[in-house]
Ligand binder design. Structure first.
Ligand code: AMP
Length: 116
């Protein structure tokens, strides 16, 4: 069981910003941007390329909805690390929402995830 399954099951605490039957979104514990939220499908899968085309579409739709409607972000970045070599450390599929920058150049945003 991954840490995200434990968050979904309320076995460990998290700062939840959105939840419905199929998704949960909560604040990243180690934020790499002023606003850093993870959007996580409740259905268990390890990484993006294990889910279906429909699920991918719904995941991105949900992430953009959370970014705009729940986090009030007009500008944001969605990021997915697929595999250890790409920086994935939690093997439960998720999308990062990064945003909340004010008066920073667009170029600076690209470094926020570091090697991830
Ligand atoms: P990734 O590198 O794409 O697998 O990202 C996993 C993310 O999960 C990292 O940004 C971690 O900071 C975050 N994370 C790990 N444990 C927790 C937790 N208990 N609550 C919230 N975020 C977490």
């Amino acid at each position: 069981m991954t840490i995200f399954e434990k968050i979904i099951a309320r076995e460990i605490p998290s700062s939840i910003v959105f939840e419905n039957d199929a998704y949960i979104a909560f604040k990243d514990i180690n934020p790499k941007a002023p606003v850093h939220v993870l959007v996580v499908p409740k259905k268990v899968s390890s990484r993006l390329d294990e889910i279906t085309q429909l699920e991918m579409g719904e995941l991105f739709f949900t992430a953009s909805l959370v970014a705009r409607e729940r986090l009030n972000l007009s500008d944001y970045r969605l990021a997915i690390n697929v595999g250890e070599g790409a920086g994935q450390i939690v093997f439960h599929t998720h999308v990062h929402i990064l945003g909340g920058w004010v008066a920073r150049s667009a170029d600076a945003h690209h470094d926020d995830m570091g090697e991830a």
